[in-house]
Write a new protein. Sequence first.
Length: 260
Amino acid sequence: MNDRLAGKVALVTGGTSGIGAGTVRRLCAEGALVVFTGSNADAAHAICAETGATFIPHRVEDVAAWPTLMEAIASRFGRLDLAFANAGTESGDASIEDITIDGWNGVVAVNQTGAMLAVQHAIRAMARNPGGPAGSIVVNSSMNAHRAMGNFVAYSATKAAAVALVKSAAVHCGNRGYRIRVNAILPGVVETAMISNLIDGASDPAASRAAYEGMSPLKRMARIDEIAALVAYLASDEAAFVSGSELVIDGATTAGMMGV
């Protein structure tokens, strides 16, 4: 692994499992100093032991806890170069007819408000960086921003909102003269432990796997390391002119929505 992120300080929300954990590993492997958040302390301690990253318990929807988190990063590292707003949830989601207001509010709190708070506080921290305002912010949206799911209305709506959030923040940073880039990634189906468990627990695991893999014209799911590699690229100086973008990484799933 190269050291293109050597000396950069990164924050990853929702970093104790799945894409978040994979990204913590990738950023550390490329030389970044990584702080990650979440609520699964046991998983976090294992990741810290493996990578040398720093874990701070935190929930993205907790408005009052954000200043304390950012102060801890500033106190220890003196700067912030990357923020990956990865934390997300589908818990409590349903169709537009069936979702409860509590279910709706719970998903919005994490996926939409939590992402906004991550972007807001990251910009404020990066604006104070030694050498002037600079950094890279990445929000984990989803291909479902474009391919909405009928049985997950809140997830679909919040992931679409995340793309608009990114574009607004990117324009704001440019207008302010900040060298702070803001981008969204839109993964397709990723073979996380959660997806693997769903497949293994299905009545016909082979058919379940085939259904997931068949969603993409490439006939497979994405690997966690492929998503993490895209985040690492956006964090690097190689992506210095990439801002306000929505980078789809779904194996042409949404590209083929209108195809035969």
